[in-house]
Unconditional design. Structure first.
Length: 94
């Protein structure tokens, strides 16, 4: 599956709670970013209701990609602690 086909998929946490939908896939600007950040892309996940800011999920946090959803390797309560709600974590991506 190409990464861009993840758009529109539901994103669930390791504890099986849906957190939103993949709105976009951010790709590195250049290959040096891959080495610097240890990943190749970020998923921009927006809440279904649109009440909370998007979450920027790095590639290494994705545990599985299924036909209808993406599963993160972390639990719901780890989102805020992870810093993934800060867009600067994906600032060198497009």
């Amino acid at each position: 599956m190409t990464l861009d086909r993840m758009r529109g998929k539901t994103v669930s946490t390791a504890d099986e709670r849906p957190i939103g939908v993949v709105a976009d896939v951010l790709h590195p600007v250049d290959t040096s970013d891959q080495a610097k950040h240890g990943g190749e892309y970020y998923l921009v996940v927006e809440s279904a209701a649109g009440r909370t800011p998007p979450v920027y999920v790095p590639e290494q946090a994705v545990r599985a990609v299924e036909p209808d959803r993406v599963i993160r390797g972390t639990a719901t309560d780890e989102i805020v602690r992870s810093g993934w709600n800060d867009p600067s974590s994906a600032f060198r991506y497009r």
